[in-house]
Write a protein that binds this ligand. Structure first.
Ligand SMILES: [Zn+2]
Length: 342
């Protein structure tokens, strides 16, 4: 079994970061496997082994980490693993390498560790930790393809409590597939934020830390007017870490932590001129997740919303496999209801 790991290469989707290789010799591989194959006390052995093995052999993603304690390079190999009759787990294997004496010397493993968690909030926390530990280049690469979100609130008073607060927010967003733009002291920047909302691709979420956003409340209305498929998340906690947890839980409820599913399975493609109605059941990097529903009968559809609702549009494309000719949102339904004409 371990022979499968000999010399295995791990590549990174980060420009300028060369791949890493595991050693080839039996003893080193044995040591790695011994270190990571035993779950901590209280963790079910049965799920641990296949999860850790999958993270090493079929990773969903590999992340180059900032090496610590004399190590030369470090990386994490990550997989979400669907095991029969169990809830999916997130498995992470981290390996670091000692500094090499020469370019041609075989890699020497310094440390290896594994983590297996289930439950979306624990998964989100682990992904946040990885983002914080990742090489800065990997962080920006991870953010490039993400949806945008805007976070309102914070400033020097928060920095006095936690100097890493901005990175924490960015990490929370990254774990949810969001690139979060932070607006400190939002009451002082209401006009700038409004101008920016109208200019660029509208963010998917407005995360408003209410106790830190007094005087900027009208931004909620502006956001709802400009971003037809956007959602507002508001939280009241006075303490930064509580606020962060609230924001994370709210985004999980919005479906941000759900693994993406492939749409289109078994659906009849729409014919020209056909109309279909949808509501959103969740969101992901690849657009909103929609289900087909009936017409609400409100007859309040307004104009074509494709430009102002890029994620809903992506959601329709993903579900039906074709792009609609036009897309409308009901102004009366409390949950966004979309009408697509093909
Ligand atoms: Zn309606």
């Amino acid at each position: 079994m371990l022979a499968e790991l000999a010399g295995r290469e791990f590549r990174f989707a980060v420009p300028g970061i060369p791949p890493v290789r595991l050693p080839r010799d039996r003893q080193s591989l044995d040591n790695i496997w011994k270190t990571i194959s035993h779950p901590p006390a209280g963790h079910a052995e049965a799920a641990w082994h296949p999860a850790v093995w999958t993270a090493l052999t079929l990773p969903t993603t590999c992340i180059p980490l900032t090496p610590t304690q004399g190590a030369d390079r470090a990386f994490a190999s990550v997989a979400t693993v669907d095991l029969p009759n169990r809830t999916p787990v997130l498995a992470i294997v981290k390996v670091s390498f000692a500094a090499m004496k020469s370019r041609f010397a075989p890699p020497v493993v310094a440390t290896a560790s594994a983590t297996v968690v289930s439950g979306v909030d624990e998964m989100a926390e682990q992904l946040e930790e990885l983002f914080v530990q990742a090489l800065p280049q990997a962080r920006s690469a991870a953010q490039r393809s993400s949806n945008k979100a805007i976070w309102l609130g914070g400033g020097s008073t928060v920095a006095a409590i936690d100097v890493t607060w901005r990175t924490r927010i960015e990490a929370m967003g990254a774990a949810m597939g969001l690139r979060i733009e932070i607006v400190e002291d939002p009451a002082r920047h209401v006009r700038d934020v409004e101008a920016n909302l109208g200019r660029a691709t509208p963010p998917a979420y407005m995360l408003m830390w209410r106790s830190m956003s007094r005087g900027a409340e009208r931004l909620v209305d502006t956001f709802c007017r400009i971003c037809l498929d956007g959602a507002v998340v508001q939280f009241d906690e006075a303490n930064f870490h509580d606020a962060l947890v609230e924001a994370r839980l709210a985004l999980i409820e919005h479906g941000r932590a759900e693994p993406p599913i492939n749409g289109g399975g078994g659906r009849r493609p729409p014919v020209a001129g056909e109309e279909r109605f949808y509501i959103k059941t969740g969101g992901s990097k690849a657009g909103d997740r929609l289900v087909e529903v009936a017409d609400c009968g409100h007859e309040q559809w307004g104009g074509d919303a494709r430009r102002k609702a890029p994620r809903a549009l992506m959601g329709v494309q993903r579900l039906e496999g074709v792009s609609p000719e036009s897309l409308f949102r009901c102004a009366k339904c409390s949950k966004h209801r979309w009408r697509a004409r093909f």
